[in-house]
Design a binder for this molecule. Structure first.
Ligand SMILES: NC(=O)c1ccc[n+]([C@@H]2O[C@H](COP(=O)([O-])OP(=O)(O)OC[C@H]3O[C@@H](n4cnc5c(N)ncnc54)[C@H](OP(=O)(O)O)[C@@H]3O)[C@@H](O)[C@H]2O)c1
Length: 256
């Protein structure tokens, strides 16, 4: 009989992109158990192979951002099976190039804020008691350097008013969670440029050509390598080194 897992992870947005890669790395660790949270488990074909390879270490679960009842149900499932969650990686997001502030629709803002901010808040609220039951709890929302108010990117004509502002709000909420919960390791983590399908779509839609230029200029890791770096960083993070800070994929602190 296998011994109980030492770390229980939950990764949201595990259906594609970075989320799938992170879930794959975690499931390959013999002492881990991963809840891979997706909108529709029956359609999560990207996780089928992984589930067959590591049936003891992964569970593909239903999770819809900002749906309080779904979040509570997921918390119950985890409570029944493990009684705790150790590391939550809040990765799911709406990632879309939209427009200038003037031209972005209210519904575009609403969708980004509902999923990227409220989705993470409700997730934290639903999992609070399960995190509290962990000996080493971590709550790590995935942010973006593009959310910084002081770095150069905000000056560029990249049309990410809705996305960037929602991630800036996510940063605030995460830093606030850090100060309100001294037992927890929580910080927003920026993965840098990761050439997922979503990123390629954004580049294709960006009429300004700036994304393409940034891609050429900024050093970035292949997606698998980026996922590995993120997992290492999350696993090693402490409240003292990273808690409440805006952490970049290379471990450095970003300015807010
Ligand atoms: N790629 C980059 O260069 C980059 C750079 C900076 C930050 N990031 C951040 O890294 C994270 C992952 O990025 P990615 O490139 O992997 O994005 P992605 O490929 O677009 O994946 C986003 C994930 O979020 C899920 N999602 C979206 N809306 C949801 C909802 N309402 N309920 C539940 N799940 C929902 C999607 O589910 P479905 O598959 O069902 O649609 C998908 O699995 C995001 O937080 C993003 O902001 C990425």
């Amino acid at each position: 009989m296998s011994s109980p897992p030492s770390t229980i992870y939950l990764v949201t947005g595990a259906n594609r992109g970075l989320g799938t890669l992170v879930a794959s790395i975690l499931a390959s660790h013999s002492d881990a158990f991963v809840y891979a949270a997706v909108r529709d488990p029956l359609k999560a074909t990207s996780l089928e192979e992984l589930s067959k390879k590591y049936p003891e270490r992964i569970s593909v679960v239903k999770w819809v951002a900002a749906d309080a009842a779904e979040n509570a149900e997921l918390a119950n499932v985890i409570k029944e099976k493990h009684g705790r969650v150790d590391t939550v990686i809040a990765n799911a997001a709406v990632v879309r190039i939209s427009n200038t502030v003037l031209q972005t629709t209210a519904s575009d803002f609403e969708e980004h804020f509902t999923v990227n901010v409220l989705g993470t808040v409700i997730l934290f609220q639903a999992l609070h008691d399960l995190l509290k039951a962990s000996a080493s709890p971590r709550f790590i929302p995935i942010s973006t350097g593009g959310a910084s108010l002081s770095r150069k990117t905000i000056e560029l004509p990249i049309n990410i008013a809705a996305y960037g502002s929602s991630k800036a709000a996510l940063n605030y909420v995460t830093r606030k969670i850090h100060f309100e919960n001294e037992w927890l390791i929580a910080f927003p983590l920026a993965p840098g440029v990761v050439t997922t399908d979503a990123f390629h779509e954004a580049v294709a839609k960006d009429e300004s050509g700036i994304f393409k230029r940034l891609l050429g200029q900024s050093p970035h890791n292949p997606p698998e390598e980026a996922a590995k770096l993120l997992v290492d960083l999350i696993d090693k993070a402490t409240r003292e080194t990273s808690g409440g800070e805006f952490i970049n994929i290379d471990g450095s602190k970003l300015s807010w």
